[in-house]
Design a protein around this ligand. Structure first.
Ligand code: 9MR
Length: 415
C-alpha cells in the first residue's frame, strides 16, 4: 500500500504540468497526439524528448511505418521494423497509439499496384494483409485507419487497384477483415478535405452508410485536417461537419492536423491567425460529443511533409524548427484549458483511452499566480506565452506592453 504523500509526490508533476494531452483529457477528450517521424526519433534527442512526454502527447501514430509498402513489400513477406519504432516508443512512455493505415491507394508496393487481380485474388490479398498487420499490433491500437482516402476532392470515388476491382465493395471486405483481426480496435475511415462540407464530405457520409448497409463494422471517421492558414473553416462550421458523421452513430477525430502558411516566412500576424485556426479546429472537437481526440501530423516545423509536397509553403505545426512553442501551441493550450476549467484532473485509470493504471490524483493544487508584472527582475515572457498557472515554473513577467492575464487555474498568458 502506498502512502497518500508518496502517491501525491509521484503523480503531482504529471497532473499539474498543463501540457496538451493533460489538458485534453481534462477537457473530456481521450488524447492529444502526434505522428511520429520514424527518421527523426533516433537521430534528434530534442525531438525525442518532446515526443516522449506523455503529458504533451498521449498518443502516437506512425507517420509511415505501418503502411503497405513498409509492412508487406513483397507478397506474403511481412516486416514490422518501421512500425515497431512507434509501438516501442509508445509502450516505453505509456502512450497510446492510433494505427495508420491498411487499404490506401498510395504507398502501395508495386506488386499490389501492378498486379492483375480478380475479385477473389484481391480479396484474399486484402484479408491476408489486414490479418497479419493488425494481428501483429493486436491490442496496441486504440484505432486503425482501415480505409484511407477513397474519395477524390470532387466527390467522385478514387481509382485504385481496390476500387477498380470491386467498386465500393472493398470497404466492407476491409472493415470485416479488420474486425476479425483485432475486435477491440476502433475501425476508421480516414480522409482529408472533409472539413469544408462540400461534395467530398457528402461522399464520405455515403461511404459510412455503404459500410453500415453492408452489415460491416465501422466505428469512426478521421478528418485529417491538412488545412491552410486563413482558409480554415470556423469553429461552428467545423462542428457542423463533425456532427454529420456522429449523427450516423460513429465517432470522429482530427487525425493529421497541420495548418500551413501559403507564403514564408510567416509574419507575426500570420502566426496569430494560424493560432486562431488551430483553436477553431480543436475547439470544434470539444464542442461535439463523439469527437474523441486530436492528432497533429508532426509537432515541429523542423520535420514536416509539407515543404516537399507544396514548395514555398509550410511552418504548419505548433513548434517552430528550433522547438520553440508557437502561438498555435498557446492557442491550442488555451482552448483546451478553457474547457478543462472546473473539471478535476482525470487520472489515467479513469480515462477510457490510456492503459496505464495509476490511482486518481487526490492532491489539490493552488493557482500559481504570477508574482508580479512590475519591475521585479527575472526573465520576461513574450506575447502569447504562458506566464503562470498551477505547476508553472517559467517566467511570470511579460514583455511590455503585454500583461499576464489569468485564463484559468492552469493557464496565465501574456496578452
Ligand atoms: O507524412 C507522410 C510523408 O512522410 C509521406 O512521404 C507521404 C507519402 O504519401 O505520406 C505522408 O502522410 C500522409 C498520410 O499517410 C495520409 N494523409 C496525408 C499525409 C500527408 O501526405
Amino acid at each position: 500500500m502506498y502512502s497518500t504523500a508518496f502517491l501525491a509526490a509521484l503523480l503531482a508533476p504529471a497532473a499539474v504540468n498543463a501540457q496538451l494531452n493533460d489538458l485534453a483529457v481534462r477537457a473530456g477528450l481521450k488524447y492529444f497526439g502526434t505522428a511520429l517521424g520514424e527518421g527523426s526519433i533516433n537521430s534528434d534527442s530534442q525531438y525525442a524528448a518532446i515526443l516522449s512526454d506523455k503529458s504533451m502527447f498521449g498518443q502516437l501514430v506512425p507517420e509511415n511505418g505501418q503502411k503497405w509498402d513498409a509492412t508487406e513489400p513483397s507478397r506474403g513477406q511481412f516486416t514490422y521494423t518501421q512500425g515497431d519504432i512507434t509501438a516501442n516508443t509508445a509502450r516505453r512512455n505509456g502512450q497510446g497509439m492510433r494505427c495508420h493505415t491498411l487499404v490506401w491507394y498510395s504507398q502501395l508496393p508495386n506488386w499490389v499496384n501492378s498486379g492483375s487481380w480478380t475479385r477473389q485474388t484481391l480479396q484474399s490479398v486484402i484479408e491476408t494483409h489486414i490479418s497479419n498487420v493488425m494481428g501483429h499490433y493486436k491490442g496496441q491500437c486504440y484505432a486503425w485507419d482501415v480505409v484511407n482516402e477513397a474519395i477524390n476532392d470532387d466527390g467522385t470515388w478514387r481509382p485504385s487497384p481496390f476500387y477498380n476491382t470491386f467498386q465500393t465493395d472493398y470497404f466492407a471486405i476491409a472493415f470485416n477483415a479488420a474486425k476479425r483481426a483485432d475486435p477491440a480496435a476502433k475501425l476508421y475511415y480516414n480522409d482529408y478535405n472533409l472539413e469544408y462540407n462540400q461534395a467530398k464530405t457528402d461522399r464520405a457520409v455515403e461511404l459510412v452508410k455503404i459500410v453500415q448497409a453492408a452489415g460491416a463494422p465501422i466505428d469512426g471517421v478521421g478528418l485529417q485536417a491538412h488545412l491552410i492558414v486563413g482558409s480554415t473553416p470556423s469553429r461552428s462550421n467545423l462542428a457542423t461537419v463533425l456532427r454529420r458523421f456522429t449523427a450516423l452513430g460513429v465517432e470522429v477525430a482530427y487525425t493529421e492536423l497541420d495548418i500551413r502558411h501559403s507564403s514564408l516566412p510567416a509574419s507575426s500576424s500570420a502566426l496569430a491567425t494560424q493560432g486562431n485556426d488551430y483553436a477553431n479546429v480543436v475547439g470544434s472537437c470539444l464542442d461535439v460529443a463523439g469527437c474523441v481526440g486530436v492528432t497533429v501530423w508532426g509537432f515541429t516545423d523542423k520535420y514536416s511533409w509539407i515543404p516537399q509536397t507544396f514548395p514555398g509553403t509550410g511552418a504548419a505545426l505548433i513548434y517552430d524548427s528550433n522547438f520553440n512553442k508557437k502561438p498555435a501551441w498557446t492557442s491550442v493550450s488555451s482552448v483546451l484549458a478553457a474547457k478543462a476549467t472546473g473539471n478535476p484532473p482525470v487520472s489515467s485509470s479513469t480515462s477510457t483511452f490510456t492503459t496505464i493504471t495509476t490511482p486518481p490524483v487526490t492532491t489539490t493544487t493552488t493557482s500559481a499566480r504570477p508574482t508580479s508584472t512590475s519591475s521585479a527582475g527575472g526573465p520576461e515572457q513574450t506575447r502569447w506565452g504562458q506566464c503562470g498557472g498551477n505547476g508553472w515554473t517559467g517566467p511570470t513577467r511579460c514583455q511590455s506592453p503585454w500583461t499576464c492575464q489569468k485564463l484559468n487555474d492552469w493557464y496565465w498568458q501574456c496578452l
